[in-house]
Design a protein around this ligand. Structure first.
Ligand SMILES: [Zn+2]
Ligand SMILES: [Zn+2]
Length: 80
Protein backbone atom coordinates (compact mmCIF):
# COMPACT_ATOMS: atom_id res chain seq x y z
CA UNK A 1 0.00 0.00 0.00
CA UNK A 2 1.39 3.33 -1.07
CA UNK A 3 0.91 6.46 0.97
CA UNK A 4 1.57 10.00 -0.12
CA UNK A 5 4.11 12.34 1.32
CA UNK A 6 2.35 15.41 2.77
CA UNK A 7 5.30 17.61 1.81
CA UNK A 8 5.92 16.86 -1.87
CA UNK A 9 2.71 14.98 -2.63
CA UNK A 10 4.52 12.06 -4.26
CA UNK A 11 4.04 8.41 -3.34
CA UNK A 12 6.11 7.08 -0.48
CA UNK A 13 7.08 3.45 -0.91
CA UNK A 14 7.49 1.08 1.95
CA UNK A 15 11.25 0.86 1.79
CA UNK A 16 11.84 4.59 1.98
CA UNK A 17 9.11 5.89 4.22
CA UNK A 18 9.66 7.66 7.49
CA UNK A 19 6.53 7.31 9.53
CA UNK A 20 6.04 10.09 11.99
CA UNK A 21 2.99 11.43 13.81
CA UNK A 22 0.69 9.29 11.72
CA UNK A 23 2.02 10.37 8.33
CA UNK A 24 4.52 8.87 5.93
CA UNK A 25 7.30 11.10 4.67
CA UNK A 26 10.25 10.69 2.38
CA UNK A 27 13.44 10.72 4.43
CA UNK A 28 14.46 13.95 2.71
CA UNK A 29 11.05 15.54 3.20
CA UNK A 30 10.95 14.98 6.92
CA UNK A 31 12.61 18.24 7.75
CA UNK A 32 11.68 21.45 9.47
CA UNK A 33 9.64 23.69 7.17
CA UNK A 34 11.37 26.74 8.59
CA UNK A 35 15.03 25.91 9.08
CA UNK A 36 15.27 22.76 6.92
CA UNK A 37 16.86 20.79 9.72
CA UNK A 38 16.46 17.03 9.31
CA UNK A 39 13.94 15.72 11.80
CA UNK A 40 13.79 12.47 13.73
CA UNK A 41 10.59 10.54 13.21
CA UNK A 42 8.29 11.00 16.18
CA UNK A 43 10.51 13.64 17.78
CA UNK A 44 9.36 16.81 16.14
CA UNK A 45 6.42 19.15 16.21
CA UNK A 46 3.75 19.52 13.59
CA UNK A 47 1.49 22.37 12.55
CA UNK A 48 -1.02 22.54 9.72
CA UNK A 49 0.10 19.06 8.61
CA UNK A 50 3.69 20.18 8.19
CA UNK A 51 6.66 19.14 10.29
CA UNK A 52 8.71 21.63 12.28
CA UNK A 53 11.57 21.22 14.67
CA UNK A 54 10.58 21.95 18.23
CA UNK A 55 12.65 25.14 18.26
CA UNK A 56 10.90 26.67 15.28
CA UNK A 57 7.56 25.42 16.47
CA UNK A 58 7.94 27.20 19.77
CA UNK A 59 9.05 30.38 18.02
CA UNK A 60 6.19 30.32 15.55
CA UNK A 61 3.33 28.78 17.42
CA UNK A 62 4.42 28.41 21.02
CA UNK A 63 2.94 30.26 23.96
CA UNK A 64 3.34 33.99 23.49
CA UNK A 65 5.79 35.08 26.11
CA UNK A 66 6.62 38.77 26.57
CA UNK A 67 6.28 40.66 23.33
CA UNK A 68 6.67 44.44 22.99
CA UNK A 69 2.97 45.13 22.46
CA UNK A 70 0.29 42.85 23.83
CA UNK A 71 -3.38 43.30 22.94
CA UNK A 72 -4.18 44.16 26.54
CA UNK A 73 -1.59 46.91 26.50
CA UNK A 74 -3.20 48.49 23.46
CA UNK A 75 -6.54 48.54 25.21
CA UNK A 76 -5.12 50.61 28.05
CA UNK A 77 -5.05 53.63 25.79
CA UNK A 78 -8.82 53.64 25.73
CA UNK A 79 -9.05 53.95 29.49
CA UNK A 80 -7.73 57.52 29.73
ZN1 LIG B 1 8.19 13.80 -0.04
ZN1 LIG C 1 13.32 24.43 12.50
Amino acid sequence: MVSYCPICGKPVYFGEKRRSLGRDYHPLCLKCQTCNRQLTAGQHAEHDEKPYCTNCYMLLFGPKVPRPVQPWQRNQRNQT
